[in-house]
Design a binder for this molecule. Structure first.
Ligand code: GTP
Ligand code: SPV
Ligand code: MN
Length: 622
């Protein structure tokens, strides 16, 4: 076996000289003897290493180098058409006891799963290079940060990890001789038999497993090279494993963006918002206020994950554990998200977008009129009338956060930023109002726990079905979801000044299918009300489900009259819709019966009572 990247003479058969962590060396040696790669490469995270790997990916056909004048240092990758999104039905939480994974997670006994996986990993890296990728989630050295080491046989994963995490020598050095790390084992699951030519997107069509061992804090992923299945620092470590760490260590790992809002008076507040996958976190995190909001500024701390813990002052503080954005490409445009478009100017990896004749990228929604000719995400010729999508609906960009023009100056503050408000928002065509503030922390936890959302292309499966997605964490909670609700209730009790909790819905539609709310930058109108509520500066109306803004407390300047007229419909509570909604809450509660917080049962009764006492259609007073 050949070992690369060893400065000076090696004293150890399996790792370079500077690796002084005995447990890490042992684990790497064990994995190598199981998976039998041709080479082992310890990643240092340097630019030279990144460039060399990108060149090799180009040479091997995984990457296509984009036009250097239009999209400098950027690449296009086309995945296998069977490997385009997270595979939720292949994702497992293998806690020792089934009841600790809870009814919303797939489970298998750890021993049984290890036996299955050991069989699959046996010899799975033959003919390939095994990369050892040390990384930090969160700024290196922050008390909130955690270190992982991913072993992978995918160079695409290595270069993506360098964008998405603080990867390389510094993370390894921070581990020292005996620091704690989460071992993250990954293989695309396609050994290269001698003399066989590699394919551009190796993966395993028959066996995919995304597996978490929460007690051991270990991750094993087999068979996929895409996104959250393969970049193990993200959903696997920073959400599923981190959520179990947070339960044990009194903090929270959440599927949330973090943004800053500065008022014209210079008052700064931070907000964290949980929306399910492909429901607008990146857009909201990079919001540009419309002209009516002169002097207001929105800044970006993170677009997908927040790690949150009480600071010494009893206020919650949050960090973004990631280093880059892995964002949904379709729908991103200079109209919808100029900050994202500017972020993407260079140094990007695009996956499953379309290619223009001049070597740039395109996706649905990027421009109003599509180019007359493209190469689609599967490498086929494409014209606007061909009846196919040019980009896959879950096509994504991978880009360093540092390139984002709206990046908050505090985004790498190791102590995190103070959180004033939590927002929860699903994708709901009906029922849920544009904005409502919960009556209390407990009530806010109830609203977040019972959140529903229409499914999106971010996961393999049916798109557009309403399902309960508590806290936007349904696919990401590493333990029993009812214990997670309880953890949230408990955390609130420990806080001197808990953030206010709001629910939003940008996606409500008219009966003929048009959005009731313009969304995107106009969401600033809702965000301003949220901030002013937190500062005690604006009144609210009591509705059956929570506090709401009257139309007069919303800034309307610059919007067409019709939007203000639609506001009443966007805020309306229909009793029949809510009765159906409460039945769905009940359905969730029965699934979680033995561990459900008692408060929830009472809260549901109270909601039902308020809705019955109110009119059939509850509207905001004029
Ligand atoms: P993950 O990265 O999958 O966790 O998702 P995300 O929440 O960051 O998703 P993203 O911001 O990329 O969501 C993109 C989708 O949301 C696209 O379909 C957008 O058109 C839609 N979207 C975002 N903001 C708005 C909005 O304010 N209104 C409406 N109607 N759609 C929006
Ligand atoms: C999501 O699906 O919520 C994502 C993308 O953020 S992935 O990393 O692929 O899970
Ligand atoms: Mn996400």
């Amino acid at each position: 076996m050949h070992i690369e990247n060893i400065p000076g003479p090696s004293t150890d058969a399996d790792s370079p000289n500077h690796v002084r962590h005995a447990q890490l060396k042992r684990w790497v040696a064990e994995v190598a003897s199981l998976t039998r790669p041709d080479r082992i490469h310890w990643c240092d995270g340097s630019k030279a290493e990144y460039d060399a790997l990108c060149d090799a990916l180009v040479a091997g056909g995984t990457f296509l180098r984009l036009n250097a004048a239009k999209r400098p240092a950027s690449f296009l990758a086309r995945s296998d058409p069977g490997d385009v999104a997270r595979v939720e039905d292949r994702t497992y939480i293998c806690s020792a006891r089934r009841e600790d994974a809870g009814p919303t997670n797939n489970w298998m006994a750890p021993d049984q799963m290890k036996a299955t996986l050991t069989g699959l990993f046996d010899g799975c890296m033959r003919g390939r290079t095994m990369y050892v990728v040390p990384f930090s989630m969160g700024p290196i050295g922050s008390p909130l940060s955690r270190i992982g080491v991913q072993i992978t046989d995918s160079a695409y994963v290595v270069v993506s990890m360098r964008i998405m995490t603080r990867m390389g020598r510094a993370a390894l050095d921070a581990l020292g001789t005996d620091g704690e790390f989460v071992p993250c084992l990954h293989s695309v699951g396609m050994p290269l038999e001698t003399g066989k030519k590699d394919v551009s997107w190796p993966c395993n069509p028959d066996h995919k497993y995304i597996v978490h061992f929460p007690e051991e804090r270990a991750i094993w992923s087999f068979g996929s090279g895409y996104g959250g299945n393969a970049l193990l620092g993200k959903k696997c470590l920073a959400l599923r494993i981190a959520s179990t760490m947070g339960r044990d260590q009194d903090w929270l790992a959440e599927h949330m963006l973090i943004l800053g809002v500065e008022s014209p008076e210079g008052e700064k507040s931070y907000v964290a918002a949980a929306f399910p996958s492909a429901c607008g976190k990146t857009n909201f995190a990079m919001l540009i206020p419309p002209p009516a909001f002169a002097g207001w500024k929105v800044t970006t701390v993170g677009d997908d994950i927040a790690w949150i813990r009480p600071g010494p002052d009893g206020q919650l503080r949050a960090i973004n554990p990631e280093y880059g954005f892995f964002g949904v490409a379709p729908g991103t445009s200079y109209q919808s998200n100029p900050n994202a478009m500017d972020t993407l100017r260079a140094n990007c990896i695009f996956t499953n977008v379309a290619l223009t004749p001049d070597g740039d990228v395109w996706w649905e929604g990027m421009t109003e009129t599509p180019p007359p000719k493209l190469i689609d995400w599967q490498g086929q010729e494409w014209t606007p009338d061909c009846g196919r999508k040019a980009a896959h609906p879950n096509a994504r960009f991978t880009v360093p956060a540092s390139q984002c023009p709206s990046l908050d100056p505090e985004w790498e503050n190791p102590a995190g930023v103070p959180i004033s408000a939590f927002l929860f928002g699903g994708r709901r065509s009906t029922t849920m109002p544009l904005i409502v503030e919960s009556f209390s922390w407990t009530d806010g936890v109830y609203l977040a726990a019972t959140m529903g959302s229409e499914t999106t292309a971010a996961a393999v499966g049916k798109v557009g079905e309403v399902r309960r997605d508590p806290f936007a964490m349904l696919p990401f909670c590493g333990y029993h979801i009812a214990d997670y609700f309880d953890h949230w209730l408990t955390m609130g009790r420990k806080l001197a000044n808990p953030p206010r909790v709001f629910c939003v819905n940008w996606f409500r539609k008219t009966s003929d299918g048009r959005f009731l709310w313009p969304g995107y930058g106009e969401n600033m109108r809702v965000l301003k009300w949220v901030i002013e509520r937190c500062r005690g500066k604006t009144p609210a109306v009591e509705s059956p489900i929570g506090w709401m803004p009257s139309a007069s407390t919303i800034e309307w300047d610059g919007l067409p009259e019709a939007v203000q007229e639609a506001f009443s419909d966007a805020m309306m509570l229909h009793r029949d819709e809510w009765v159906r909604e409460l039945l769905l809450h009940e359905e969730l509660f029965i699934r979680l019966y033995d561990r459900l917080p008692k408060e929830f049962v009472l809260r549901r009764e109270l909601l039902l009572a308020s809705l019955w006492r109110g009119p059939e259609r509850w509207a905001l007073p004029n």
